[in-house]
Write a protein of this length. Structure first.
Length: 490
């Protein structure tokens, strides 16, 4: 819940908002900022297709697998302490990424960076709720949400600018080094101005449950990344089967933990709500397809059309513009007026954009190519995506009770990140399978087919979601009667 309105507001509370935004945008930027670094990493470190998929998807994997645990650590040890710990770890791991001497160490440091992000990211909204209340808190979310949304969109553009600029001869390493001055400044300000508040030491952290989630996620993503190149041997299928067993064991452990009167990582009642569990599948399908196709677009521009990193980054602008338009239309007009149908109109528009992009790719000249040749299809697809992004969480959260909002939001955000990691693995494998034969257009076509299948499945799922979304303020624990775990999502 928010700060007590009877107590005089903290003097430096708006500075806290600035620090939270800077730190968390830095975190979210790194999910997509390396999308344009493929050729540079191949030239510098000898990264192959699988290595590139791990550099991009590994970050999202450990971020998603650790998000719910990160929120619970904030409950127990205090959000200020865990925010500073996560920010310090993220800044340090960014430096290690920049210094990586080979692709194996870069992958390891990216996994570490995602884990630090999982500690950092859940604390921001909790800290804001501790220091703002009432109408001010509503204004904070009105600022916080859109700014965080821009973080992932501008990542490839900023990454392309830094790599092509080759500042001080650093090349791709500047993508990670840019976090150092930002992270150190945010650390200094947060340490001085974020007020101390003790955590609740009676909260028990289910480390065994967290370990099950992490192991299950790894068992799922590992074969998806390695399977294509290895020829899908038996161990890949056994790993994926083991991941399903692991997730089942995690759900069983959460029920037993709650039955014993202890705090589970995930409220077991959530998993008994059909609309919520279906919504988890929808989140994974949608964001897996979205992140995967964004990666394929960037790879196609760089590898297939020989765009520089900077030009490939700018090539993502039609998608960003379309997403912003779709989000604005959905948030301002459609979601309230047509309810759940906005989640059905969105993927239909995405499918139309994918179809248009298919025909645009077919009509391209082998010699002359401009981003404007495919901009209409990419923009239309972005509009549809933006419509869904702006409304999806509110319709899934409408299926849960007030005292479950914190836990539900954490799970949704974790599934979103893991879905993105799976999307990178699947779409990367599909694209590179055709690239090895030298047919970049076919690789993009196959990726569009996979996206169409995911969108069709997502469209079917939307009919099982609540017809009306949860009001924006209720998604973030503004309701003083609602229990708040300290972790929600924008």
């Amino acid at each position: 819940m928010g700060a007590d309105p009877t107590i005089e507001p903290y003097r430096w509370r708006w500075l806290i908002l600035v620090v939270m935004i800077v730190a968390e945008v830095m975190d979210l930027l790194d999910a997509s900022i390396v999308n344009v670094a493929g050729p540079a990493l191949e030239e510098s470190l000898g990264a192959g297709s699988v290595g590139l998929q791990w550099v991009i998807g590994g970050y999202a994997l450990t971020l998603g697998a650790g998000l719910v645990l990160g929120g619970r650590l904030g409950d127990r040890y205090g959000r200020r302490r865990m925010f500073l710990t996560g920010l310090a770890g993220f800044t340090l791991s960014s430096l290690l990424c920049a210094l990586a001497p080979n692709i194996e160490s870069l992958i390891a440091f990216r996994l570490l960076q995602g884990a630090a992000g999982a500690v950092l990211l859940p604390q921001g909204l909790g800290l804001l709720r501790e220091n703002f209340s009432g109408p001010e808190l509503t204004k904070v979310f009105a600022i916080f949400g859109p700014v965080l949304g821009l973080g992932g969109i501008i990542g490839p553009v900023l990454g392309g600018f830094l790599i092509e600029g080759d500042f001080f001869g650093l090349g791709w390493r500047s993508v990670f080094l840019v976090n150092l001055p930002i992270g150190l400044a945010a650390l200094a300000i947060a340490a001085k101005f974020v007020p101390r508040k003790q955590g609740d030491r009676t909260v028990r952290v289910d480390l065994a449950g967290a370990g099950l989630v992490m192991a299950s996620c790894a068992l799922l993503v590992l074969p998806l990344n390695q399977g294509q190149e290895a020829g899908w041997p038996l161990w890949t299928w056994l790993c994926m089967a083991a991941s399903v067993v692991g997730f089942g064991l995690f759900a069983l452990r959460q029920r037993r933990t709650a039955a014993a009167g202890r705090e589970p990582l995930v409220t077991p009642a959530l998993l008994r709500k059909p609309a919520f569990t279906v919504g988890l599948g929808g989140i994974a399908l949608f964001f897996g397809g979205l992140i995967g196709t964004q990666l394929v677009l960037t790879l196609y521009l760089q590898i297939g059309r020989h765009f520089s990193a900077g030009d490939a980054g700018l090539g993502n602008l039609p998608l960003a513009v379309g997403t912003a338009i779709g989000g604005a239309v959905s948030g301002a007009f459609l979601a309230d007026r047509i309810g759940r149908k906005v989640l059905q109109v969105g993927p239909v528009i995405q499918l139309a954009g994918a179809a248009l992009l298919w025909f645009e790719l077919d009509g391209l000249s082998a010699d002359s190519f401009s981003i404007w040749d495919i901009a209409p299809g990419v923009t239309v697809a972005g509009v549809g995506a933006g419509m869904v992004i702006a409304a999806l969480f509110s319709f899934i959260l409408a299926a849960v009770d007030d005292d479950e909002i914190g836990s539900a939001s954490g799970v949704l955000s974790a599934v979103q990140a893991i879905g993105g990691s799976i999307g990178v693995a699947i779409f990367g494998s599909v694209f590179f399978a055709q690239v090895r034969a030298g047919d970049f257009t076919a690789g993009f076509h196959h990726a569009l087919i996979v996206q169409a299948c995911l969108l069709a499945a997502f469209l079917a799922i939307t009919f099982l979601l609540p017809k009306k979304g949860r009001p924006e303020e209720d998604q973030h624990g503004i309701d003083p009667t609602a229990h708040d775990s300290g972790y929600a999502t924008v």
